[in-house]
Design a protein around this ligand. Structure first.
Ligand SMILES: NC(=O)c1ccc[n+]([C@@H]2O[C@H](COP(=O)([O-])OP(=O)(O)OC[C@H]3O[C@@H](n4cnc5c(N)ncnc54)[C@H](OP(=O)(O)O)[C@@H]3O)[C@@H](O)[C@H]2O)c1
Length: 303
């Protein structure tokens, strides 16, 4: 079986490299990967010269040969890619796409077949071959949502791949009814909030690390690099206290902060400020979702 990938950017390359690094292809399976500019494939070809891997800049090659096609181009480019491949696909084709902000209702007007939305995360990048045998190679959460046309076996095929290097969270379609009991298309709060956490999350965490390290650099004689190194090691260690030992946040705080001690001062300050920042962040991002959704409605649903 041939599996197609269109778009070899941040997400497409992460998924393709994870599949190859972890040897997830069976003997009779082959990857055909397409990208607008072929130069992006240089290191891939160097690293995997012998794999069941074909590269191309022709998306129609992927469409004619593959029943499973993962599209990972920027969201505004999705429609052009779909228009381009539509003449070459059929009712057996399963389109899997990573484009945030684009829902099934948008695509239905142009492709009414098997559709799965996959929201991956940079946090799932497999970094070394050691990860192949490591129990801790699964990192980050991949969100997956299927439309009604996707069969169980097809759902499991996709979910199994992403489960190899991340934790899959399947999201069911929310159903909303208006006063006349007619199903109305709507946004999907569970998907949106989960995307903010799992897929936008690495950027927010990186920003927090950056800002904390910069403040250390500005206000003390510890350099930004040294501070950043200590912060990252502390985050990894703390995450493991929660993940490996199931310590709650309160348990960790109580073990570190003595009453009226230095840590407690910091915890109290963060308590006051972080709640507001977190709510502002969620509000801002949900507003942005709304704007993107309106743009998508304009592009896809206008008569
Ligand atoms: N980045 C994340 O963490 C993340 C997480 C979850 C979901 N997503 C979603 O995943 C999608 C891709 O994100 P990304 O960060 O991977 O974007 P990206 O790095 O910009 O990658 C997009 C890739 O698509 C290629 N491309 C564009 N138009 C094409 C076409 N017509 N035919 C073939 N290839 C084409 C681009 O090629 P060239 O560079 O050669 O032009 C580029 O390599 C977006 O819709 C985004 O919302 C991203």
């Amino acid at each position: 079986m041939k599996i197609g990938v269109i778009g070899y950017g941040n997400m497409g390359s992460m998924i393709v490299n994870n599949i190859l690094k972890l040897n997830l292809l069976l003997d009779d399976e082959e990857l055909i990967v397409s990208n607008r500019h072929l130069n992006k494939f240089e290191s891939l070809i160097e690293e995997y010269p012998e794999e069941n891997l074909n590269i191309t800049s022709d998306n129609t090659e992927v469409a004619t040969q593959c029943e499973k096609i993962l599209i990972s181009v920027e969201t505004p480019q999705f429609k052009d890619v779909l228009d381009e491949i539509t003449p070459f696909i059929n009712e057996k084709t399963h389109i899997i796409y990573t484009c945030a902000g684009l829902n099934f209702n948008h695509i239905k007007q142009f492709f009414d077949g098997k559709l799965s939305l996959v929201i991956p995360t940079l946090a799932s990048t497999v970094t070394s071959n050691n990860a192949i045998s490591s129990l801790s190679r699964r990192k980050g959460v991949t969100l997956i949502k299927h439309n009604k046309k996707v069969e169980l076996e097809e759902k499991l095929f996709i979910e199994d791949i992403f489960n190899e290097f991340s934790y899959v969270k399947r999201i069911d379609d929310p159903i909303y009814y208006n006063e006349d009991d007619v199903v109305v298309p709507s946004n999907d709060p569970e998907l949106e909030i989960s995307t903010i956490i799992s897929s936008c999350g690495p950027a927010f965490i990186a920003k927090m690390i950056e800002s904390f390290a910069q403040a250390c650099d500005d206000m003390t004689n510890i350099s930004k690099e040294e501070a950043e190194d200590m912060i990252v090691k502390t985050i990894v260690g703390t995450s493991l206290l929660k993940d490996d030992q199931s310590l709650s946040n309160d348990e960790i705080i109580n073990k570190v902060a003595t009453k009226k001690g230095i840590t407690q001062e910091g915890v109290d300050l963060l308590d006051k400020k972080m709640n507001k920042i977190s709510k502002d962040l969620i509000k801002t991002l949900l507003n942005r979702y709304e704007e993107v959704n309106n743009d998508m409605n304009e592009t896809y649903l206008k008569k």
